[in-house]
Write a protein that binds this ligand. Structure first.
Ligand SMILES: [Zn+2]
Length: 260
């Protein structure tokens, strides 16, 4: 079954039931990966850059890692690719307000995790457009990312999973991957899952080889900080599906090292 058929199938199922199915699926899959399908990730002393499609993905996917590194005085730079305008519908006035609200929320959340505003970059691409950028704008975006990579020379780069079942998330993976090649730097690439467990039925979109090379990072010492940072995104918590953030509130973080 391809992605389009899946989306059609999802539309046939009542919303509450679908939500419950996705909640159970995401929980089972992440628990299975944590218990059986992953190996422990040793905390590394490398500096990091996190690329986040929207204002909240960095905290949900990597908040614990960010807080741990910052507590050790290691450099963490966060770059947001889109302006996040799409979370509350298509009204232009509301969208302009949401852009400002999400920007401020990200500064608050990252402040809790120990990241200074000077280490936070906003590329401000319109939310939802990353896979469809015109050739020139795509090149320019890759160039911007490449310049940041060359400036900070990170040891690790964190990107959304390449099958994250969200078009901006998957596009972020490929834009950053191209920028790394263009910058000609050697980094360790780690992919963080946000939507993939929620939306990808196992063995249909997500194959066994995709979930090998999964690593789990224990974040017990900073979990409380991460929870506070998630709570600093009230505009998003109200729009996410019921139960969606539970997986991020009391769990090791999962990263994938395999690449397509
Ligand atoms: Zn997102």
């Amino acid at each position: 079954m391809d992605k389009t058929s899946l989306i059609k199938l999802e539309k046939l199922i009542p919303k509450d039931l679908l939500n419950q199915m996705q909640y159970i699926h995401a929980n089972l899959l992440s628990k299975w990966i944590l218990r059986w399908g992953s190996q422990p990730l040793k905390f590394s002393q490398k500096s990091a850059m996190v690329f986040s499609p929207h204002q909240d993905d960095e905290t949900l996917g990597c908040g614990g890692m960010i807080a741990q590194k910052r507590e050790q005085g290691l450099s963490v730079v966060v770059t947001f690719l889109t302006d996040g305008r799409g979370s509350h519908g298509s009204d232009t006035n509301i969208q302009n307000q949401i852009i400002q609200i999400r920007k401020q929320e990200s500064l608050n959340a990252l402040g809790i995790l120990g990241v200074q505003p000077s280490e936070i970059h906003f590329l401000d691409k319109p939310d939802g457009t990353l896979p469809d950028l015109k050739a020139e704008e795509r090149e320019q975006t890759i160039e911007q990312i490449s310049e940041l990579l060359k400036r900070y020379q990170p040891g690790e780069v964190y990107v959304p999973h390449h099958k994250d079942c969200h078009k901006d998330h998957e596009a972020t993976f490929y834009l950053v991957k191209e920028a790394i090649a263009q910058a000609k730097i050697t980094v360790e690439l780690l992919q963080y899952p946000i939507w993939v467990f929620w939306r990808a039925p196992l063995f249909i979109l997500l194959k066994l080889q995709d979930i090998t090379a999964a690593y789990r990072l224990s974040i017990t010492t900073v979990q409380e900080k991460k929870n506070q940072a998630i709570a600093a995104y009230p505009s998003q918590i109200q729009t996410l599906p019921s139960g969606f953030i539970n997986r991020f509130l009391n769990s090791p973080e999962i990263f994938f090292k395999s690449e397509p």
